[in-house]
Design a binder for this molecule. Sequence first.
Ligand SMILES: Cc1ncc(COP(=O)(O)O)c(C=O)c1O
Length: 463
Amino acid sequence: MWNPDITKHNGARYLAIADRIAEDIEHGNLRPGEQMPTHRELASRLGVTVGTITRAYAEAQRRGLLVGETGRGTYVREDLFADAFPPNLAAHDDSIIDLSLNIPPVSVGDQLGQSLSATLASLSNRSNLSSLLGYHTPNGAERHRAAGAAWVSRSGLKAEAERVLITSGALHAMTVVFSTLTKPGDTIFTESLTYPGMKNLAHLLHLRLQGLAVDEHGIIPEAFERACRSGAVRVLYTIPTIHNPLGTVMPEERRREIARIAEEHDISIVEDDVHSFILERPPLPLSAFAPERSYYILTTSKSIAGGMRIGYLLAPARMIERLATGLRATVWMAAPLMAEIVSEWIKDGTAERLVEQKRKEAEERQEMAARILQGLRFRAHPLSFHIWLELPEPWRSDEFIAQARRRGVLVTPPEAFVPAREEAPHAVRVCLGAARTRAQLEKGLKTLRELCRSTPKPTLSII
Ligand SMILES: Cc1ncc(COP(=O)(O)O)c(C=O)c1O
């Protein structure tokens, strides 16, 4: 029987109950299609009036969480996750738990939806609303660039609005930068394991990737320096803060050293900082130590929502016009309506509140992973949405992935992160954000733990 704790909430009690409904759906304690207690039952359980429950259920219905049918009762909406991505989560099918995609948790009826609905309502009262549907300059409207500069400044970087370009997410910013800085056939330095989107992009732009050795602090300066001596490579793509997939954070001293080497060998730095938002006090970006050769990238798709797709690219002033040509040639401009919503959220503090919510969720999911996977070897940052699970002997990653899939759990194969033809390590990436609910995540992680503790079973019958 559903029995929420509303004692810790100050404010209207009907709102506390509606908030608990949202929370319990997210955590898997209330499931799609489940019948809610009657108004009278819940009122007596919580010691509130029937009217309070009626208002709470009405509020939850307004948020799209519940449906009420006269004479039949109140239910958690069946199709709550129908539009969720990845699509195999949509069919509220608990037999598949997808931990393979690095996406922040899908939220329902929460702060995100409420903020969007409030902002859209307030926008709808603007007299010049249609200006958001016109063509703007490719670089982005001035106020959007100013909001972007403010968001970038959270990192400690000095960011003037004129040096910020608005893109359609981080991958788009990378597309613009690499198509501006490189030509087909060029080689790019990356970490020895890198973000798979960079591999896709390299393929598209006919670039080669060369992985650099890393340790627990990121790229090893000596390895970078040695590789630079060939003189053939001009660009480094790196994720110094909460690396995907390793979760490492490069200390400041090493950032200085990497920047110095880049300076000495005339290497441009493309700094992908999309996961740093989750840290309350992120380290100063690598770009701060070599601003004249750095291209710094942030995106709202991680910090706010995957469909928001507004990226910020901070670049050297001398390169802005050339990069704008790349913007024009790809999407002409990022959608101004989306940039407007994000700008409002940056200004009024909504963006920061959404980040706090994600930080709390990431922390709790990482704690769950640490508890369940205790005794196994894995690398993770305590505030990231992914972990790198090193498989115990004698598991090979391909066998492990196949067995996990048979048990309904999907994880990312290591080959996805290997930049060139090197051997992939016997490890997998496990994404904690993709699981729809914490209950699902717990089940998925326990399955992986059991698998790690078992021995591989031959799956192939080869004659
Ligand atoms: C390191 C890194 N960079 C870029 C991206 C892509 O960001 P966006 O969705 O804004 O293109 C991701 C997404 O997982 C990522 O992990």
